[in-house]
Design a protein around this ligand. Sequence first.
Ligand SMILES: [Mn+2]
Length: 258
Amino acid sequence: MRDTVVIGDIHGCGEELRKMFDRLRRWAGESRIILVGDLLTKGPRPDLVVEEILHRQQLGWRIEIVCGNHEPRALAALRRAGPDGRTNDLPPRLAEMVDILADADLLEEARDLLRASMRTPFIRGRNPHWTVVHAGVDPMRGFEKTPQRLRMSIKSAPAEDDWWWHYDGSDGLLVVGHKPLSRPLILRRPDGRPVVAAIDTGCVYGGFLTAYFIGADRLLMIPSKQRRQFNFRHRTSRRPADSAWRAASAVQVRKLAR
Ligand SMILES: [Mn+2]
């Protein structure tokens, strides 16, 4: 089966990524798999994330990585750590990531993956017209005029509307991660077509690792093995009355059969 499958923020959750890839085996040969960014930081198994991606690529899987806001940070830390993985002048969480990668002898491979992602600010396709980008767009400016820095990092303050309610839809379907939600959010146009798919479901905070199939308009969710944390904002803001979009109910977003 051919499709384009987008996987949300992994954040060092290697075991969950391995499960996801196992479940994607029947699509992998012909499909395009896009990781939405934020691969290695925060979580316990950045080494397994690197191994899994390389292993599947060696099997011929087409896996592409869009740059998240954590990619430049992680790459800078790896560069500073040098070939021996020195961590003395790094913040603790990045030092831990470097240590884990150094123990697994994957420093160079991790650097190569991050460098490749930095050359991929977003990925676009047709039928339907879609764009995968890490965080989103400034709805006032539209995709083209939103600076890349903001496309990688836009997030509403607690009292603000999330950007997706005010996005005008002119850049087609946007598939994004970055803001952890307790459930994936699919916004639909009045005719039912999807216009936003937000698929960071906080795997590293004990939520899920979520994949969205663009062609099939379906979700696949892998439960996290991480400790459940409740200190992240996990809901979208209320739908403003002037938004043209509706959040799809659970019935409207079908998951793939197991
Ligand atoms: Mn992010």
